[in-house]
Each structure stands twice: as structure tokens, then as C-alpha cells.
Design a protein around this ligand. Structure first.
Ligand SMILES: [Zn+2]
Length: 480
């Protein structure tokens, strides 16, 4: 019997089980339990006795935070609990001056939801709960590089929503798909704070092995990399006949490796107790339905509407709505009079190709619906070739201030009229009689040669297919 058999694990056949815990920062104006601002401020200036944990101070629950958290729960198809309460999670660390964090444990805000991935698989959501953020620990010159640490209590008490999935995710790629989809849903809700509101902890195990947690990975690409590394590492352990123990690891983005931190505490180790300073909260059906009424349209229903209203293909509608900014841009263009199908094609094919090529997100660049609507107009009127649509797009995305239309005009890339193309084709034929004769004798290559000359003469404004068609029709006529 091999060593790996003895441990009951076989490295290559193990099913991968991944569960995620996502902390989302809510975009409320004030903190979760006090009136301190959530805006950027001088370190340790946005604090009060409540978020510093002074004796005798009493927390008061922020109603807007409950509303935002409920929206998240509803958008993730969760069942909200009629009543819930807060607990104290006891631990000692400099980032928590009270020695406990107010969070939810026994009865969270909501449970039993799901997120549907693009291919239809449902990843179950175990729970959604609210909690306060601890203070920020600042390591001068980077982690472990100084013998002291700075603390900023401005972050202490910021409202967080924690979303916990069941271990339904079966690959690092699927984890990334899940996070993309979930982030998009949360963006539609408009309840998140700032540019990077999500932090992810990953739990991963190979069937039969213990669960390993990778803490605080920032960025979805990093989540995928960390998980990929961890799978290889755990398989290696199993092959060497070792048993994977339950513990917590950190991901080092510079090296792409995970490193062991500590033996994982179980939730019981924290000694949760009921938070006596906050009353039990009841959310009535009426209150929930009021919140439901203020819910914006979410990606899946928006995609269905795009399909029906603008006669788009299902796939295109889904691609448009899979990015909050892209869907918004599309509708603005249509409002400005751009033809829907051409607009959809321009965004889902050309724009996304350019963005992917440069590893850019739409939210990172500045584009105007008006400029794209203009380009769609030119395309519909047949005034610009596909090639130059792409060129004008590349120029626009690269940060040049000129719009695609300005770029096309400046470089004489607009097709003025078809007569012009006719004349050019005739001119090319008459000055390249030998090639024209070769084509008539059946040499297809000669046609490509002539089409190339036409393209050069028209500076690529003519569609190559159109150039070939014009040449063919003229060479036939000349034959008669
Ligand atoms: Zn405060």
C-alpha cells in the first residue's frame, strides 16, 4: 500500500472544495454604531468614545447599514430572518480596543441564498451578516520590516457585510467567476464604498483532507493564483504521504506563494456572547417589501430586458450586463439615438477586445457615450471600415483626447461616397492591366494583389470584402 493510500487521500482524484468569505465595505455616510464619518480623514481623527471602545459608551445601530445589508441579502437570493441580534466576538489584538468585535453569530441577518454563475451552476450562500471593521494596522516599510506598528482607528467601526458561501466552488477559475458575478450584482445595488470594497478569505480542501484558510487576499486575480498554488501544494503533501492539517495561511502577492500563519481557531474558540447594549432587531415583512421596492434592476433581469427591448442575442445581452459600466454605457448610447445591435456589437466585440488586450477595466478609463454613439452612426452609414473602427477605438482607449470621429476625420479615414470607391477601383485596374488579365485567366492571387492596391489607395477606408466585390464585378463587365 502506498503512503498516500494510508492517509486515505489520492492526490489526483481528489475533488476540490472551495468556500469563500467576502467582506464588503458599505458606502454609508457614518459608521455602524456611531456618528463618526466614513470619509477619508487624518489618521485617528474620525473617532469617538464608541468606536474607540471607551467604558460606558453605548453603540447605536445605523439604520442605513441595515437597509444596505438587506439589499445585498435580497440580491443574493437569501431568506432574511424576522429577527436577529448582535454578538461579541472576544479576542485580544491592538486593532480592537474593546477586546471584542461586534458581529453576528447565532442568527445572522439572512441565510440560504445563491449566486448563479454564467453557465447556470448555483453557488449556495450560507449566510450574510453585519459586523464592524477593526482598526487598520499600518506596518511601516511593509510587513515585518519595522519593530513597531501604527494603528489608525478611523477604520474601527466601519460597516461591513460578510458573505459566506457553502464549499460549492470546484476550481480556482470558478471562484473567480463567482467573485466577478457577485461584485457585479453588488455594484448594481450601489451600496458599496470606494474602489476596492471587497476582501476575500478562501477556504480550500481536497476531498478527505482538512480545510485550509487563506486570509485576506486582495484582488480576484490573486484569489485565483493563491488557490491554484494551494491546490498544487496540498496535492504535493498528499503525494509525500502527509496529511493536510487544518490551519491558516497568508498569500504573498510578490512570490505567488501561500505561507503558514497559525493553527486555525474554530469559531467556538472566540467565545461569542450576546451583545447586551444592542436590542434584538426585528425586520417586518412590510419593511422588507419597502426595501424590495427600492431595489434596482439586477444583471439577469436587465439582460432579459435588453434581449426583448433591443432584439439582442441572449449572449450579447448577458455580456453587456455582466459589467455594470458596460450595460450603462450601452443604454446611454441607445438613448442618444445609436442603433442598438450595432452598438452592442461595437461594445461586446471591439471595445472589450481592446480592453482585454490592454488588461484594462472599463471603470478605469474615461469614455463618453456620445463618442461611441457617433462611431455607431458612421458604421451604420457605411462610412468607416471595420479595420478603422478598431483603429479609432485603440486610439481612443489609449488616452488620446480626440473622439473616434475626430480621429477618422483627421486621418482621412472616412469613406466619402461609393462613387469614389468605384473610381479608385477603375483606376487600379487600368494601371495594372497585367494583373487584371491574370485574374480573368483564373489567377485568384491577382485579385488579392489588386484588392491590396485598392486598400492602399483608399487608406484602408474601404472594407476589404467590398474592394474584392467591386473588383470582381468590374473585371467581369470588362470581359464582355
Ligand atoms: Zn465613532
Amino acid at each position: 500500500m502506498s503512503d498516500s493510500k494510508k492517509t486515505g487521500q489520492n492526490a489526483d482524484e481528489q475533488k476540490i472544495m472551495i468556500g469563500l468569505e467576502i467582506h464588503a465595505s458599505l458606502g454609508t455616510k457614518t459608521k455602524l454604531f456611531c456618528a463618526c464619518t466614513t470619509e477619508e480623514a487624518e489618521p485617528n481623527s474620525a473617532t469617538c468614545e464608541v468606536c474607540l471602545g471607551h467604558p460606558g459608551s453605548k453603540p447605536v445601530l445605523n439604520k442605513t447599514a441595515v437597509e444596505f445589508a438587506t439589499k445585498i441579502a435580497l440580491a443574493l437570493n437569501c431568506k432574511t430572518n424576522e429577527s436577529f441580534f448582535f454578538s461579541r466576538k472576544t479576542y485580544f489584538y491592538p486593532d480592537m480596543s474593546k477586546n471584542f468585535q461586534i458581529t453576528q453569530y447565532e442568527i445572522p441577518l439572512a441565510e440560504q441564498g445563491f449566486v448563479e454563475l454564467p453557465l447556470g451552476k448555483k453557488v449556495r450562500i450560507r449566510r450574510v451578516h453585519m459586523e464592524e471593521d477593526p482598526a487598520a494596522l499600518i506596518h511601516p516599510n511593509g510587513m515585518g520590516k519595522s519593530n513597531y506598528v501604527l494603528i489608525d482607528y478611523n477604520r474601527s467601526g466601519l460597516p461591513l457585510v460578510e458573505i459566506v458561501t457553502e464549499p460549492d466552488i470546484e476550481s480556482p477559475k470558478e471562484a473567480r467567476d463567482f467573485l466577478d458575478k457577485m461584485e457585479n450584482v453588488l455594484k448594481y445595488l450601489g451600496v458599496l464604498k470606494g474602489e476596492n470594497p471587497l476582501k476575500v478569505d478562501c477556504n480550500i480542501s481536497l476531498e478527505g483532507g482538512a480545510r485550509v484558510e487563506i486570509k485576506n487576499v486582495s484582488g480576484f486575480a490573486a484569489v485565483e493564483k493563491a488557490l491554484n498554488f494551494e491546490i498544487i501544494r496540498q496535492k504535493q503533501e498528499i503525494r509525500m504521504g502527509k496529511k493536510v492539517e487544518q490551519h491558516t495561511r497568508a498569500y504573498d502577492a510578490e512570490t505567488g506563494l501561500t505561507v503558514a500563519l497559525r493553527k486555525k481557531e474554530t469559531e467556538e474558540d472566540y467565545g461569542y456572547i450576546f451583545e447586551p447594549d444592542l436590542v434584538k432587531i426585528a425586520l417586518s415583512e412590510k419593511e422588507i417589501s419597502e426595501i424590495q421596492k427600492t431595489m434596482p434592476e439586477l444583471p439577469d433581469s436587465k439582460a432579459k430586458r435588453f434581449q426583448q427591448k433591443y432584439s439582442l442575442a441572449e449572449y450579447d445581452a448577458k455580456v453587456l450586463c455582466a459589467d455594470f459600466e458596460l450595460g450603462k454605457l450601452f443604454e446611454k448610447m441607445v438613448e442618444l439615438g445609436a442603433e442598438p445591435k450595432t452598438s452592442s456589437k461595437l461594445l461586446t466585440r471591439e471595445l472589450l477586445a481592446v480592453l482585454n488586450h490592454d488588461s484594462l477595466e472599463l471603470s478605469e478609463i474615461k469614455v463618453f457615450a456620445k463618442d461611441f454613439a457617433e462611431l455607431v452612426g458612421l458604421t451604420v452609414d457605411g462610412k468607416v471600415s471595420d479595420k478603422n473602427v478598431k483603429n479609432s477605438m485603440i486610439n481612443y482607449i489609449s488616452g488620446n483626447k480626440e473622439s473616434p470621429k475626430q480621429f477618422l476625420e483627421k486621418n482621412n479615414l472616412l469613406i466619402s461616397s461609393s462613387i469614389n470607391a468605384d473610381e479608385i477601383v477603375e483606376k487600379i485596374i487600368s494601371s495594372n492591366q497585367k494583373a487584371a488579365d491574370d485574374y480573368k485567366k483564373g489567377n485568384e492571387k491577382a485579385l488579392n494583389f489588386l484588392a491590396g492596391l485598392v486598400m492602399r489607395e483608399t487608406k484602408g477606408t474601404l472594407d476589404p470584402k467590398k474592394a474584392q466585390e467591386l473588383l470582381k464585378s468590374k473585371l467581369k463587365k470588362a470581359d464582355k
